[in-house]
Ligand binder design. Structure first.
Ligand SMILES: Nc1ncnc2c1ncn2[C@@H]1O[C@H](COP(=O)(O)OP(=O)(O)O)[C@@H](O)[C@H]1O
Ligand SMILES: [Mg+2]
Length: 324
């Protein structure tokens, strides 16, 4: 057990349909550790193995190999101690009783988790207030919008005040308003203010980029890279892309004297000509490029973009984070 780590995963494997022709190595030798108080992101496309990994760590599935400990407790030897220390939010599942009200749901789950009876009421009041659900306290869950249900699911996860949270695709399918609320809540309230250690999975690169201290890229059951969002982006061979949109006729030969000319790409889209090139210092070459273009075409816009996590993921894996 590494000191100061809340989650340590070593060579973890989970295989479905073992030995069959359609065997799936959903988690295939995964290892990482998450520091106390860290907001750690597992980013990968659908089918990467994120949910399976969360299920193993939260003791819902027994892994086929490797080990993991959570809050200092081994998932195989001390699953009950692990469960006491974690709150698990899994997406897309009915984790609430729809016929009951928010108060009844929270009371049920707090009792289930052994929260002392005399603090349950205060705890529920606190959680409903925290999620902005106080005025819905007595409305049946089935009458709440999906965004409010997700807020309540998150409150449920916090019922026993666990120090470690595992949140699986927390904003999946939510409208932008609730997605923003949930993101801000996870980052500012749960992580920064309450110092929860958080393992979050997502296939939204912006979400991982915005929220996470460190990110592990997961693809086909394996971790392909692990670092801070900034360092992952800085690891790209090309640092910046210069894009100039114009109308006229441009040929690659026009720019043969420009430094880094080899990376120039000219394409025709929607009646415009786009010149794109990878460059480390666009400000140095920009004026000479513009001069060359002006002789042949009219410039409409000039843009410099930096690599996104999506670019890094595509670069590392050849796969896309987008669905399909
Ligand atoms: N219970 C199961 N039985 C068989 N295959 C499964 C099961 N659960 C997940 N899988 C497969 O394991 C792989 C990883 O799935 P999952 O962990 O849900 O990925 P993610 O959460 O990243 O989308 C997928 O190929 C999926 O089809
Ligand atoms: Mg999943």
């Amino acid at each position: 057990m590494l000191e100061n780590s809340d989650i340590v995963v070593e060579a973890l494997c989970k295989v479905f349909k073992k030995g069959k022709p359609d065997e799936v190595r959903a988690v295939d030798g995964v290892g990482f550790s998450i520091r106390k108080g860290e907001l750690f992101g597992l980013l990968g496309p659908n089918g990467a193995g994120k949910t399976t990994l969360i299920k193993c760590i939260s003791t819902l599935l027994i892994p086929d190999g490797g080990s993991a400990s959570v809050g200092g407790f081994d998932i195989k030897r001390e699953p009950l101690r692990v469960r006491q220390h974690i709150g698990v939010l899994t997406g897309g599942e009915r984790s609430l009783y729809w016929k009951l009200t928010p108060v009844e749901n929270l009371r049920y789950f707090a009792t289930l988790y052994g929260v002392p009876r005399k603090v349950i009421k205060d705890r529920i009041d606190y959680l409903l207030d925290l999620m902005g659900l106080t005025d819905k306290a007595s409305v049946r869950v089935e009458k709440l919008s999906s965004g409010m249900k997700q807020k309540l699911s998150l409150a449920r996860v916090l019922a026993h005040d666990p120090p470690i949270l595992l949140v699986d695709e927390p904003t999946l399918g939510l409208d932008p308003y609730f997605a923003r609320f949930i993101r801000d809540f996870i980052k500012n309230e749960l992580n920064k203010k309450l110092h929860k250690t958080i393992l979050l999975t997502t296939h939204y690169m912006d979400e991982a980029d915005e929220l996470c201290d460190r990110i592990a890229f997961m693809n086909r059951g394996k971790i392909e890279a692990l670092d801070t969002p900034d360092r992952l982006k800085q690891s790209m061979p090309q640092k910046q892309t210069l894009e100039i949109k114009c109308q006229g006729t441009l040929e690659k030969e026009t720019f043969s004297d420009v430094r880094e000319a080899a990376s120039i790409n000219i394409s025709h889209e929607d009646g415009f000509v786009y010149l794109r090139m990878n460059t480390d210092n666009p400000e140095v070459i920009l004026s000479s490029i513009i001069e060359l273009i002006r002789e042949k075409a009219q410039i409409f816009s000039v843009r410099v973009t930096v690599p996104t996590l999506e670019d890094v993921f595509v670069h590392l894996t050849g796969a896309s984070l987008k669905d399909g």
